[in-house]
Ligand binder design. Structure first.
Ligand code: CP
Length: 322
């Protein structure tokens, strides 16, 4: 009975989920009646291209009605913390807004990124957990402070579709960026790869250690070249300091080392590996033009599979509503 979707365990048996994804992809309009007269409310506290379009498309494939709310564009600005005197620019409190919004829908999907200022606040998932607690509706994560499961599920589907060996080597590599980015994508990617049948390696400069609950049993290799050797899939992503080794560094940029940018030489160390990234990506920092445009790049199939991962998840949530 799927009431929320944040972590890999929420989807149950992973092989069954991958099988369901194949079925959905083969016939994405087979369950048009399932979502009839059901409404998905998609709430965005942050920008989006893929998540917005793919999740809406998935809901429409299932016959659902969809309402999209951009909190920062047209809605009242929402206060998210209790105990504050609301004499600033925020006119409404989340604790009233959530039950009101839940009156108009059957499923709520939320995007709310990490603020990267207070690790405890972010890693407690303080904002989205209020939706879980006060909405009374199933809640689907469209990237929260610490996880992006719809992306990780789409990434896994993509790896399953393109793998040439039963147990491929998958490498998550940090790459440089000009802005401090959250850890949600690498956290979820690590969580889902640990649950999948792959040889999983994480590589990053010292100080970028991900939270142990996401690293799990993965091998961590600080030498990027060693990590990439023999890789079947290279998953590049930037993330800011997770504050695991030094809490005061949480959310900071510790390195802009351009030797970590994925270029043709990096890919030459792999087993003719496929390049992956969740997008949006900054060319020249994370990856070179030739690699992302090359025939070994999977960034577009990954994005296409976002519709499939969202549809499998929404289908299961709808089935649990009955
Ligand atoms: N990968 C991803 O979530 O893309 P958007 O931020 O555009 O939704």
């Amino acid at each position: 009975m799927m009431k929320k979707f944040f972590h890999v365990e929420d989807i149950g048996n992973l092989n069954k989920a991958i099988k369901d994804a194949k079925e959905v992809k083969a016939n994405r309009y087979a369950y048009q009646n399932l979502g009839k007269n059901k409404t998905l409310l998609m709430i965005f506290f942050n920008n989006s291209l893929r998540t917005r379009l793919s999740t809406q498309k998935a809901a429409m494939n299932l016959g659902m009605n969809v309402i999209v709310l951009d909190v920062n564009a047209g809605a009242w600005k929402l206060e998210t913390e209790r105990g504050v005197i609301m004499d600033g620019d925020k006119s409404e409190h989340l604790l009233e807004a959530i039950p009101v919004m839940s009156c108009y829908c059957d499923i709520i999907a939320v995007r709310s990124f990490a603020g990267l200022e207070n690790r405890e606040f972010d890693y407690a998932e303080t904002i989205v957990n209020q939706f879980v607690k006060y909405s009374g509706k199933p809640v689907v994560a469209m990237e929260t402070a610490t996880v992006h499961p719809l992306q990780a599920f789409a990434d896994l589907i993509t790896i399953e579709e393109h793998k040439q060996t039963a147990r491929p080597k998958v490498v998550l590599t940090w790459a440089p960026h000009c802005r401090a980015l959250p850890q949600a994508v690498p956290n979820s990617f690590a969580e889902w790869m640990n649950a999948a049948d792959v040889d999983f390696v994480i590589t990053h400069p010292e100080g970028y250690e991900l939270d142990p609950r996401f690293v799990g049993e993965a091998r961590v290799e600080y030498d990027q070249r060693k990590a990439l050797e023999g890789a079947d899939f290279v998953y590049a992503k930037n993330w800011s300091c997770p504050g695991v080794k030094n809490l005061s560094d949480y959310g900071r940029i510790l390195s802009k080392d351009m030797s970590w940018t994925i270029d043709a030489e990096h890919m030459s160390w792999t087993n003719n590996g496929r390049f992956m990234h969740c997008l949006p990506v900054r060319r020249g920092l994370i990856v070179t033009d030739d690699v992302i445009e090359g025939e070994r790049s999977l960034v577009i199939p990954e994005a296409a599979n976002r519709e499939i991962s969202a549809q499998v998840v929404l289908k299961r949530v709808l089935e649990a509503l009955k």
